[in-house]
Design a protein around this ligand. Sequence first.
Ligand SMILES: Cc1cc2nc3c(=O)[nH]c(=O)nc-3n(C[C@H](O)[C@H](O)[C@H](O)COP(=O)(O)OP(=O)(O)OC[C@H]3O[C@@H](n4cnc5c(N)ncnc54)[C@H](O)[C@@H]3O)c2cc1C
Length: 378
Amino acid sequence: MNFGLTEEQDMIVRTVRDFVERELYPLEAEVERTGSLPREIGRDIQRRVRELGFYAPNIPAEYGGGGLDTVGFALLERELGRTAMALNAYWGRPSNILCACTPEQRERYLLPCVRGEKIDALAMTEPDAGSDVRGMKAVARRDGDDWIVNGTKHFISHADIADFVIVFVATGARHITCFLVDRGTPGFDIRPGYRSVSHRGYHNCILTFDDCRLPAGQILGAEGGGFEVANTWLYATRLTVAAMCVGRARRALDLAVAYAAQRRQFGQQIGKFQGVSFKLADMVTAVDAADLLTLAAAWRLDQNLPANREIAEAKLFASEMLARVTDEAIQVHGGMGLMDDLPLERFWRDARVERIWDGTSEIQRHIISRELLRPHGG
Ligand SMILES: Cc1cc2nc3c(=O)[nH]c(=O)nc-3n(C[C@H](O)[C@H](O)[C@H](O)COP(=O)(O)OP(=O)(O)OC[C@H]3O[C@@H](n4cnc5c(N)ncnc54)[C@H](O)[C@@H]3O)c2cc1C
């Protein structure tokens, strides 16, 4: 067992962190203030990440991506998690599910995403089908060689900047099919979603399908095989949530440690009071534990070992840890922690969504306990 980073992994961490700190931190306050990021700035981030050679790091090298393994990718996501989602969204990480494209679809979707010419979004959730995705009501019915789609998706992240959306709809009783839908397809509309307390500038959208006609060639994977293609390729997506939580928590912790060392009350550093120093000890212990859970789950995936439970543990623990650590980092800063002069109140707000998207904490507990009980007939 080796807990050290390889030279390549160390290089990934240093390169991404340096870029994030130097290029993206300075943009955060403006994104937060305005709740948006001008498209030109997004494109500029894409261009510079491509120059860095780090665009599409998760996509296999045979398609022009970085070909990182899961541990390498988790390390990269951990560093990206230090900064705002609105900014790191432009660090192209096309959905892995696009690796299921046919050769023709690859030319139209995967390869342009790898080159930074197109951006994808992914839509499962509906107003009446969240955790219970199998209960989705959006449907596609066959019409000759085409499919006609009707229904609504909501909470779809960054669909406002997407050129196409990977959409899951019902195509029969217990049959879900995945379609690739281009922006501008007649009958398909992308509308602004809700204002969220977390991740300002990173927008969610409502998608409507009104007799939207799609040729059969827009199906990704097999007809009726939507969950198979999702389970094969989206399996590890929630691990990226865990990794990002670790990165953001580490940044909040660093701020809390620096403040505890510098701030003086009652004639001494506040870090000398046990009430503060024990908080720091608990925070770093929780961050390290989440980091190890995340990397261990990533390692299992790279070894082709079952990792369903371990990914759920990492997502559950890291997202709940982030909520506690950002809250305590504010406590260490006293009143200043609540002011938007510092990024802490933002981290605290941003942390809230991590326990909800990509499967709520309750759903992660279901996955973990189901795996525990299965050998006992559970
Ligand atoms: C900002 C944001 C961005 C998002 N981006 C995307 C996206 O890009 N694409 C996409 O498809 N989705 C996206 N989502 C949707 C997200 O994955 C869902 O919000 C999440 O799966 C929960 O669904 P829900 O909100 O409908 O809550 P519900 O499923 O209605 O859950 C409500 C509550 O009931 C609990 N609950 C539900 N079922 C059970 C159960 N069986 N046992 C115990 N408790 C249960 C939940 O844990 C939760 O506490 C996004 C959500 C948000 C908030």
